[in-house]
Design a protein around this ligand. Structure first.
Ligand code: GLC
Ligand code: GLC
Length: 812
């Protein structure tokens, strides 16, 4: 069942009912000012950091769900309604929400009055703009009142939700004309405030929540709105808000338009005030003046759309499969940009007050956006590498504001160092900019011990190479990619963090998965050594990789007979083996070892993937492990703490499904690669939105596995490495346009009935127009013709002197 439809021409998802299974949200903003906005106008806004500089208040896990946001109320006689349905939930005659790329549109119609809202964050200003157009579609004159409402957050969202003994006394505002200023704590150590304004004279306002809502009322039935008259209240402590009242007369057929701006302003410390305790409003007034007419707003909206046109023009596909086209050309890349901006910080499931940026998360996110914004990817790589320790280990997380490693969680996750190679290699393959390797980068943010980025990568590889266990496999430490495989933790008390309790490293627990990563990224590191002319080092690295390859395939180490072992626990026992009672097979080493090419010649790769299909596959995707753990295993950690079928305990973790799909392309099985791709792909799961529940235009982190009560139900949408990996999978492996150090390679692996297709790719400033004749083949390039000339192999040598290159590929 669907609750809307895709409008590909406008790059929008059109939601046809406010009653979606969960709030379906969008992200506005692409630099420093961000808004989360749901299909019923719920959500919140922050500047740079969702914890420390939150502008508006949101209550997570509230009931009814998703009840705080930025609302417009329309009072028409005795009827009060909202264009986005919430919070009054008055039945609408018509409702529509269009989530677009960096903007959202709402349409509500009630009793002959139509309200259209467009909300977006302009490209270059720290504000959110909402254009509200009210139209009288009836045949009688309408006298209506429009009310706006936002609830201020007292900046630090964590403190705001806990420290009431202080917070109920600190709220302060100013009002000037139609502009309502939120200035809590500005009198002391803050030099920033927020403003909410409308470009028309107002009939009244409220800034005290109690006056607006009334005692025993809530946002669904604000007393002042029901009375049709705001009270001009001035907040003093308690909860400051901003609400405007506009009294509007509309003749039949008439429309009126209003622009609301919510802005964030910082003043120089020496220029904070214009009079005693009166804030300096000059910059706010300048900002409001930039958006005080429809024409200015329309121009800013056009600028936003132009920016996205340019970005989404870098990789486009034209195939006979609409679903693939829309995911590749629009939504998958959009989600990659959102994960770049947010990492795992603020969504409807990440509260914005928790962890900062993940070391491994951010390195992987990079794989999905490096082609869109290579300069910012470069900066991100340097930021991440700057948190690395001198011995090659890495902080597991770092703070976006300070860019420093987070010592609460610390280090010791065995996979982290190798992800830095993954991100850097992707950047250089995309841009050809090897100078990044010569960049001097601090260790643990200490500039006095800076070394080149190349040296950082050397230590990444070296750390894993020299930290091996009894089977010569890499030590797992606190965990590897699977944060919940905590083999050294041995926690028995509730409340102990699986990720920080116990010794961070033991000399015995090993990870086969990291072994697969070692092969994949060891090879990429060796290529970078060659690029730098370090042939001896490259040879040594390749020798280590070859040795690891043998270990992985050895039935006394990485190989279990029908699939790869997952790990060895701290007692030296196998995890993910036929010898285990539960958790006999895990997805991660099958996907990652095979995508690294391990076992391709020996046939073990195919065996492992066949086992995945046999033991882990479901109609909703491939599960992380089977059989699910039904009891808690102290020697395994968090993985066995979840009820069967959820999260890392046999859930369908969308992030590693593309590893399996990519692995299938490596052994040339296009049908199966695409089957795996389809199962978690939003454009396909749209059809089962009532089961899947999360947004049908973007990926979620996890879908409940076969053991779960709600098998097929998605959770934790938006901020997941799934976005980057599925884009890598579909764009580079299935459609097969893969950036190498020497140039673009074209080597598709598609289902037999996929048909011919074309890809346009802007790469290092050159436009490649690629057409593929499939001939029913799943893999194999029979002919590669570049600007009319046949060439050998699959790599188009990069030639900067060309503007466009015409590429014809014949498969077979
Ligand atoms: C979450 C984490 C990620 C981890 C994954 C599996 O998505 O953000 O770092 O790899 O879970 O545990
Ligand atoms: C929890 C989540 C897991 C995440 C980890 C790290 O364990 O289940 O997905 O990776 O936290 O924060």
């Amino acid at each position: 069942m669907k609750f809307g439809h895709f409008d590909d021409e406008h790059r929008e998802y059109v939601i046809e009912t406010p009653k979606t299974p969960l709030p379906w949200i969008n992200y506005l903003g692409s630099k420093e000012f961000f808004t989360l906005i749901s299909n019923t106008c719920g959500g919140y806004t922050f500047y740079k950091d969702a914890k420390l500089l939150r502008l508006t208040r949101y209550r997570y896990n509230d009931v009814p769900m998703d009840i705080n946001g930025k609302y417009f109320y329309i009072k028409d006689g005795d009827t009060v309604w909202n264009p986005g349905w919430k919070p009054t939930q008055t039945d609408l005659d018509e409702y529509e929400c269009r989530h677009g790329i960096g903007y959202s549109k709402f349409k509500g119609v009630k009793n002959g009055v139509r309200a259209d809202v467009l909300t977006f964050v302009p490209v270059n200003d720290n504000c959110e703009v909402s254009k509200l157009v009210v139209t009288n579609d009836s045949s009688v004159e309408k006298n209506i009142s429009i009310f706006s409402y936002v609830e201020w957050c007292l900046w630090n969202a964590d403190d705001d939700s806990r420290n009431f003994q202080r917070n109920f006394s600190t709220g302060e505002v100013e009002v000037k004309g139609s502009a309502i200023y939120h200035k809590t704590e500005y009198r002391e150590r803050r030099n920033h405030y927020a403003v909410y304004s409308v470009n028309a004279p107002i009939a009244a306002f409220d800034t005290a929540r109690d006056s607006f809502l009334g005692l025993y009322h809530y946002a669904g039935n604000p007393e002042a709105v029901l009375n049709g008259k705001l009270t001009n209240s001035m907040a003093s402590g308690w909860s400051p808000i901003a609400a405007h009242q506009l009294d509007v007369t509309l003749k039949p057929g008439e429309s009126k338009s209003y622009v609301f701006v919510l802005g964030y302003i910082e003043n120089p410390v020496e220029d904070k005030w214009e009079a005693h305790n009166v804030i300096n409003k000059k910059p706010a007034e300048a900002l409001l003046a930039k958006y005080d007419t429809d024409a200015k707003v329309d121009a800013a909206f056009a600028e936003l759309n132009d920016q996205w046109d340019k970005l989404l023009n870098i990789y486009t596909v034209d195939s006979s499969n609409d679903k693939v086209n829309r995911m590749v050309n629009i939504w998958n890349q959009y989600q990659c940009m959102v994960t770049f901006n947010m990492s795992r910080s603020a969504s409807y499931y990440e509260s914005g007050i928790g962890r900062g940026m993940g070391f491994r998360d951010s390195c992987q996110d990079l794989l999905g956006f490096v082609h869109l914004i290579p300069d910012r990817a470069r900066e991100r790589i340097i930021d991440i590498a700057s948190t690395q320790f001198e011995d090659g280990r890495a902080y597991h997380q770092y703070q976006p504001l300070t860019k420093k490693g987070n010592s609460d969680i610390g280090s010791g996750f065995g996979d982290d160092p190798l992800w830095l190679i993954a991100g850097t290699s992707a950047y250089i393959r995309e841009t050809g900019d090897a100078t990044i390797l010569d960049e001097m980068v601090p260790f643990d943010n200490d500039a006095s011990v800076a070394q080149t980025l190349m040296e950082h990568l050397r230590r990444s590889f070296g750390y894993v190479d020299t930290h091996r266990g009894p089977h010569r496999l890499p030590l797992i430490g606190r965990a590897d990619w699977n944060d919940c495989l905590n083999l050294n933790c041995h926690s028995t008390q509730p409340g102990e963090s699986f990720q920080t309790f116990g010794p961070s490293e033991g000399p015995v627990a090993e990870s086969v998965f990291i072994g697969g990563m070692f092969v994949k990224y060891g090879n990429e590191y060796a290529d970078l050594c060659d690029l730098k002319g370090l042939t001896d080092e490259a040879a040594k690295v390749r020798a280590s990789v070859a040795e690891m390859n043998e270990i992985l395939l050895d039935s006394n180490a990485g190989w279990d007979g029908e699939w790869f072992v997952r790990a060895y626990d701290s007692y030296g026992n196998k995890v993910g083996s036929k010898e285990c009672e539960e958790g006999k097979i895990y997805i991660e080493p099958q996907g990652f070892c095979v995508l690294a090419g391990v076992g391709k010649e020996s046939g073990q790769a195919q065996k492992a993937l066949d086992s995945v299909k046999q033991h882990l596959d479901t109609k909703y995707g491939v599960m992380i492990l089977q059989p699910a753990y039904t009891v808690y295993h102290e020697e395994l950690g968090e993985v066995s703490s979840y009820p069967p079928g959820y999260k890392e305990n046999a859930g369908i973790f969308c992030h590693n499904n593309p590893w399996v799909s990519i692995a299938e392309t490596v052994i040339g099985r296009g049908d199966r690669a695409f089957e795996v791709y389809k199962k978690t792909c939003p454009a396909y799961t749209e059809e089962i939105s009532e089961i899947h529940r999360t947004e049908p235009y973007i990926y979620c982190q996890m879908v409940a596995g076969a053991d779960a009560k709600f098998h097929g139900e998605g959770k934790n949408s938006w901020l997941t490495g799934t976005a980057a990996w599925t884009f890598v999978n579909i764009s580079q492996y299935i459609l097969g346009v893969y950036p190498t150090l020497k140039g673009l390679s074209v080597d598709p692996c598609v289902p037999a009935d996929f048909g011919d297709f074309s890809v346009k790719r802007i790469y290092r400033g050159v436009e490649y127009d690629i057409t593929v004749k499939q001939n029913g083949a799943q893999k194999g390039v029979k002919e590669l013709i570049v600007d009319g000339a046949k060439i050998d192999g699959t790599v188009i040598p990069y030639d900067a002197s060309k503007k466009t290159v015409k590429v014809e590929v014949v498969m077979g």
